[in-house]
Design a protein around this ligand. Structure first.
Ligand SMILES: [Zn+2]
Length: 267
């Protein structure tokens, strides 16, 4: 995959209440056309009610769909999108829109907190959402599957080892489907999400892949899990949420995912 742009796109402010942004991948409509220019309007009091809705709070995928459905005013030439359309958008594009929406409504400064794995010290840091590096596909470029050659591989019950893994990019409906596991814990949620996106693993037949599901992911070694994470971080377009930070207490350099705890805090 070639990466067209690693600069953070400066939001083009088209008015006080609306902003236009370019999707990292793009929304594919029913006729196969790709739309990448999106107009977002600021969140309002009505959207606050969406955030507070218990059904949305139980399901992160559903919450993002509801919020984007409410705040997207236009995609390409399309002026109205159904919730179903928002669900079929790539997670990468949905997360990008969510971050731009948050930044546009509440400002780009995000208070974040991290724990140093070396000294155990906790430190606060202000993040700038607009400064996070963003990779955009070139015009006309299609998103590709993620191909990972596992080092240890999946050990099947007949003793065979499968190492060639292909995953497609997750969409909104995958997020919604994995939400019940995500509520139990983040690791189970991630396994459920990856299992839905697993296209192939060695020569395991389709029905075996589906029967094993998340078990495949939980059986992989942490060596292989890291290879999968790295492939996603390096190859997938969108906003890079991996932060490289220096611990202010001991100077240790750490890598952590952007702390989103205060992301949609309304006070
Ligand atoms: Zn430290």
């Amino acid at each position: 995959m070639t990466i067209a742009d690693i600069e953070p796109p400066a939001p083009a402010r088209t008015g006080a209440r609306e902003v236009e942004v370019t999707l990292p991948i793009g929304f594919v409509d029913g006729e196969g056309r790709v739309h990448r220019q999106v107009s977002l309007r600021k969140m309002t009091g009505r959207d606050e009610a969406l955030l507070a809705d218990p059904a949305n709070q139980r399901n992160g995928g559903r919450l993002v769909t509801a919020l984007l459905h409410s705040c997207i005013t236009r995609i390409g030439e399309l002026e109205s999108l159904r919730r179903n359309d928002i669900e079929t958008m790539y997670s990468v594009d949905r997360n990008f829109l969510l971050i731009r929406l948050r930044s546009f409504t509440f400002g780009s400064t995000l208070p974040a907190g991290y724990t140093c794995p070396s000294c155990g010290g906790r430190f606060e840091q202000e993040e700038d959402l607009d400064a996070l590096p963003t990779r955009l596909l070139a015009d006309g470029e299609q998103p590709e599957d993620i191909v990972v050659e596992l080092r240890d591989g999946y050990l099947d019950k007949d003793g065979s080892v499968h190492t060639a893994m292909t995953l497609r990019l997750a969409r909104g409906d995958d997020e919604s489907a994995a939400a019940p596991q995500m509520r139990k814990n983040a690791s189970l949620g991630k396994n459920a999400l990856l299992a839905r996106c697993l296209r192939s693993l060695g020569d395991l037949p389709r029905h075996r892949l589906e029967a094993l599901g998340p078990k495949i992911l939980s059986d992989l070694t942490l060596t292989d899990r890291r290879l999968i994470d790295r492939a996603f971080n390096n190859e997938v377009p969108g906003i890079d949420l991996v932060r490289e930070l220096d611990c202010p207490s001991c100077g240790h350099e750490l890598r952590a995912s952007l702390d989103m705890t205060n992301f949609l805090a309304l006070d």
